[in-house]
Design a protein around this ligand. Structure first.
Ligand code: SF4
Ligand code: SF4
Length: 468
């Protein structure tokens, strides 16, 4: 079994993975197996495939996912987002957070067990390799306590080389999400001297992942993850979590024929559920913050129940209300409130996304410039224009004034904005004096690309007092 004893009654006083003096207790969980584990492995395979493929997949020439925090633009499902879309990010962040809150209020930490990259990599990749090289939990424990022999050294070198190799892959993947696959390939293929910063981050990320998966492990979930800390406020007695049916299981103990309490004592106290737990806890102590809802204890206990001829589900997905009061899951006021706010936020998000333009233009009068009078009797003002192209196509831009009110003259070459690029230019607006009725009037500028109106922007136009 794990070094952590389930017999201890001091589980509320200390972490399951630390002794009384605070020294870390290494967890050697039994290799999980069973129906839920197989289902999780299938889900994990799909998620891993998506995670590794997303930066390489192209939608309209853009990556499916990329979060370029250095150049401050992001690609989400092929759409480009700039800092000007910050409000969308904030709204998306709030919507996502509320979705997780709602999901947690209903299903507990289902995300941690089934979809969190930390759990998936640790349980479905790194631990699988460990079982392959170091053997079962018992063999791992023996090996850890054994003196350093040639066999132990070989196993350690092979395992940690593989661990570092996979961490290196994950580190590169993270870099691909930040700088994009093209720049990542340049770092890999160009002479190292040309990409000192990129290479430094590549090894920093790889080292960080190696530390997390080879050493820090479940501590990331139990000590660092802020989501875990929120559980106590998000869960209630109606929430469906991985739960031990204490009414059915207690008093626990080895079965004996003729024991009158036997029908209530389905838990044979074999501790299979504790041995398999990757965070070293005993689920029979009740819902705990350290439980990542990995379902390994459900599979382990179901296997025990099959062998002793009791019904499955002594540990199962259930709520405290269902176990103690036989109450079915209820849609509570809290769940309705979360759902209403979530629906409103999602609707607002959809409206903002649909009304998002392909090109964003900002026009401002050039600071410090004065209006000029032309020989033909017109008044000219100088403007700066900044354009952001959110599409994957190059966009030639033309500017015009609606109606016959005035004309626009771009200074220098024609304006063309690169795909996913930014362009700046300068232009004059000239309006005949007789069409100005105030020293400070508003003028509309139409921004077009290949004849298609993209945006109409209003800006100020300075001129002399009428009549002068
Ligand atoms: S695996 Fe099931 S029977 Fe065994 S100790 Fe855990 S709850 Fe009890
Ligand atoms: S208690 Fe069960 S579900 Fe929770 S982390 Fe341990 S094994 Fe996984």
């Amino acid at each position: 079994m794990n070094e952590v004893s389930s017999k201890g009654r001091d589980f509320r006083d200390r972490l399951a993975t630390a002794d009384k003096s605070g020294r870390r207790l290494w967890v050697f969980p039994t290799k999980p197996k069973g129906r839920l584990h197989r289902a999780r492995a299938i889900v994990a395979s799909f998620l891993l495939a998506f995670l590794f493929a997303a930066p390489f997949i192209r939608v309209n020439g853009n990556p499916l996912l990329q979060f370029n925090i250095i150049e401050r633009h992001f690609f989400i499902f092929g759409m480009t987002f700039w800092p000007q879309d910050f409000h969308l990010f904030v709204l998306f962040g709030i919507t996502l957070a509320l979705f997780i809150v709602l999901l947690t209020a209903i299903y507990g930490r289902v995300f941690c067990g089934w979809a969190c990259p930390q759990t998936i990599f640790l349980e479905m990749v790194f631990r699988k390799i460990e079982y392959l090289i170091d053997g079962t939990a018992g063999q791992q424990r023996k090996l850890a306590a054994a003196p350093l022999t040639a066999t132990k050294l070989t196993k350690r070198v092979v395992k940690h080389t593989l661990f570092f190799g996979i961490s290196f892959l994950i580190g590169n993947l993270l870099l691909a999400y930040i700088i994009g696959t093209e720049d990542l390939f340049k770092i890999i293929s160009d002479p190292p001297s040309q990409h000192i910063t990129g290479l430094t981050f590549m090894f920093l990320f790889s080292g960080l992942f190696y530390f997390v998966f080879a050493s820090f492990r479940e501590q990331a979930c139990t000590l660092v993850c802020p989501y875990a800390r929120l559980q106590s406020v998000l869960l209630d007695t109606n929430t469906i979590v991985v739960a031990y049916d204490h009414k059915r299981g207690e008093p626990r103990g080895p079965r004996a024929l003729g024991n009158e309490k036997q029908k209530y004592a389905d838990c044979i106290d074999c501790e299979a559920c504790v041995r398999v737990c990757p965070t070293g806890i005993d689920i029979r102590n009740g819902t705990q913050l350290d439980c990542v809802n990995c379902t390994a204890c459900i599979d382990a206990c179901n296997d025990v129940m099959d062998r002793v001829g009791s019904p499955r589900g002594l540990i199962r997905y259930s709520s405290l209300d269902a176990i103690e009061k036989n109450k079915k899951f209820r849609i509570t006021g809290r769940i309705i409130a979360y759902t209403v706010v979530l629906t409103l936020l999602a609707s607002l998000m959809t409206i903002l996304m649909l009304s998002r333009t392909d090109v964003e233009a900002t026009i401002m009068r050039t600071p410090g410039s004065l209006f000029q009078e032309t020989a033909s009797g017109g008044i000219k003002n100088l403007y700066n224009i900044k354009l952001i192209n959110k599409t994957s196509n190059e966009m030639p831009i033309s500017l015009s004034i609606p109606g016959e009110r005035g004309k626009i003259e771009v200074v220098g070459s024609d304006i063309v904005v690169d795909k996913n690029g930014l362009a700046e230019s300068v232009f004059f607006i000239e309006i005949p004096k007789e069409k100005l009725f105030s020293p400070n009037s508003l003028v509309e500028v139409e921004v077009r690309s290949e004849g298609k109106l993209i945006e109409t922007i209003r800006t100020n136009f300075m001129g002399p007092q009428p009549g002068r």
